[in-house]
Design a protein around this ligand. Structure first.
Ligand code: C2E
Ligand code: MG
Ligand code: MG
Ligand code: MG
Length: 292
């Protein structure tokens, strides 16, 4: 009886595993064709200067829509892409699209806007990544400061000593360097001092409880003060309310992103958004209506 149950449990487990595995293999198979089937696209989330309300740039966020699988969240497919090395061609596609967009803006009133791209650790540790990137921007005739590199805290902290050299090269080449999801990983403060970073992004999980939760207040204030003492600027991600925005503004956090300002937008929606919010978010209806 017990044995039968055990066996039964085992086979149910095995079946689960099998389903899970084949779903993954299916996804991987579809992902392999995603670029050539035109299934990838970028969304752009505006980033504002919290001091004056001006839009300073956008973050490029990758989307994958497959006819069979629907819209697959990046947290799911990027992991698969990383494990299967598909992240390299996919990332190249992201960078290529980003450069095309920056180029398209150069002849317009949006020529000052930067685009931040998320870079995976296996992409970052790729031998020629930095030199290739610098060359691509040169060929495109774009100043390097327009393309901002976002690396997660764990990417930066894994092989920290080796990464310091890469980060120095990136800075030397004129790229801005942001550490994403800051506060969620393991960060040695002494390393932070040695890393040539320009921007820290406070993780959304610490913004959520603002302006009421005591722990989130302490953590976000500590991150801002630490960054400023190292002459690093701060971006708060995941700002969903005007109260969070105002708290961060009072703490002299330089930049902000989040649904309260704008959700990530497709390029066709970004341009109209910039028309109505671009000169100054603090003079837009979105902000002024939030005040009441
Ligand atoms: P991330 O770089 O930390 O991006 C922020 C995520 O938070 C995005 O999710 C964004 O849509 C979401 N977000 C922004 N504001 C708010 C808000 O106010 N409330 C809430 N609830 N969410 C907000 P998304 O687009 O699903 O991306 C998830 C992660 O996938 C990104 O986290 C990034 O690590 C990764 N990712 C996205 N695009 C790329 C890419 O092109 N390459 C690589 N390597 N990773 C990417
Ligand atoms: Mg990011
Ligand atoms: Mg982030
Ligand atoms: Mg995050």
């Amino acid at each position: 009886e017990a044995k039968a149950t055990g066996k039964n449990t085992y086979s149910v487990y095995q079946e689960e595993m099998g389903r899970h595995l084949s779903a993954r293999i299916q996804m991987e198979k579809h992902l392999r064709n995603a670029i050539q089937q035109n299934e990838l696209y970028l969304m752009y989330q505006p980033k504002i200067d919290l001091g004056n309300g001006k839009v300073v740039g956008v973050e490029a966020l990758l989307r994958w829509r497959n006819p069979k699988l629907g819209l697959v969240p990046p947290n799911v497919f990027i992991k698969i892409a990383e494990d299967s090395r598909m992240i390299i061609p996919i990332s190249e596609w992201v960078i290529q699209q980003t450069i095309l967009q920056l180029q398209a803006w150069q002849k317009t009133e949006y020529s000052h806007l930067s685009i931040a791209v998320n870079i995976s650790s296996n992409q970052f540790s790729h031998e020629n990544f930095i030199n290739d990137l610098a060359q691509k921007l040169d060929v495109a005739g774009l100043p390097r400061r327009l393309l901002e590199i976002e690396l997660t805290e764990s990417t930066v902290m894994t092989n920290a000593d080796e990464n310091i050299k890469r980060l120095q090269l990136l800075r030397h080449k004129g790229f801005d360097l942001a550490v994403d999801d800051f506060g969620t990983g393991y960060s040695s403060l002494s390393y932070l001092k040695r890393f040539p970073l320009t921007i820290l992004k406070i993780d959304k999980s610490f913004v959520d409880g603002l302006p009421k939760d005591d722990e989130d207040i302490s953590i976000s204030q500590a991150i801002i003060q630490l960054a400023h003492s190292l002459e690093i600027k701060v971006v708060a991600e995941g700002i969903e309310t005007i109260q969070q925005l105002e708290f961060l503004q009072q703490q002299k956090c330089e930049y902000g992103q989040g649904y309260f300002i704008s959700r990530p937008l497709e390029i066709n929606n970004l341009h109209p958004w910039l028309e109505t919010h671009g000169n100054n978010f603090y003079q837009s209806d979105t902000y002024l209506n939030g005040l009441n």
